[in-house]
Design a protein around this ligand. Structure first.
Ligand SMILES: [Zn+2]
Length: 201
């Protein structure tokens, strides 16, 4: 149902497809953009185009990256024996803020969620197992979110990784249950990392 003239409605429709933006917010942002200086609007459009053109997935850990390997995978000072498994690239930022972890990461790009139709094969699990077998990994830290999907994913991974003879740990509870890693403050998240416990296979 188009309420506005072509380009205005097209803008509202596109904005409305973004996560967390309802029809009302989409309308408000669209009218805001129509009012701003053309230079500012163009800068926003260009930032989207640049990000899409220049940013890809790290071929080792599936973090966002400007080249083949992301900044962490390129950094020889990081400890490749410890692998921290997270759901999204933004979780890496949350863990880096704690200053508690010096190893490498692996981004699953989601969590197992039957309701949303996301199974293990849609996640970067195959790649994780290949990495563990090829590289010299001593410990896999499961830092998926402290909610149902995150816990289910951690249990699933523990069952796969444990038989490979590798230490598998889960970040401690104490994080707000049902929440996202990225919303935890660095002190709480730092403690959760420090207090990680061994998982059984
Ligand atoms: Zn990487």
């Amino acid at each position: 149902m188009a309420l506005y003239e072509g380009p205005v409605q097209a803008l509202i429709d596109e904005l409305g497809r973004l996560p967390g933006i309802g029809p009302k917010s989409a309308q408000r942002i669209a009218f805001h953009l129509l009012r701003v200086d053309p230079v500012d609007a163009r800068r926003l459009a260009q930032a989207i185009v640049d990000a899409k053109e220049r940013v890809t997935w790290c071929r080792r850990c599936f973090n966002i990256s400007e080249g083949e390997l992301c900044a962490y995978c390129r950094d020889a000072r990081r400890d490749a024996r410890a692998l921290c498994v997270v759901e999204e690239p933004r979780d890496i930022v949350a863990i880096e803020r704690t200053g508690e972890f010096k190893g490498l990461y692996h981004v699953l790009q989601g969590a197992i969620s039957p309701i949303e139709g996301i199974g293990p094969e849609q996640l970067r699990i195959k790649e994780l197992l290949a990495r563990i077998q090829d590289d010299d990994v001593d410990e896999v830290i499961l830092a998926t979110n402290p909610n149902i999907e995150g816990e289910a994913t951690a249990m699933y991974l523990a069952r796969l990784v444990k038989p490979l003879g590798i230490r598998v740990t889960r970040i401690a509870s104490g994080l707000p249950v049902g929440g996202d890693l990225e919303y935890a403050d660095e002190v709480t998240l730092g403690r959760a990392l420090e207090g990680r416990r061994e998982l059984d296979g």
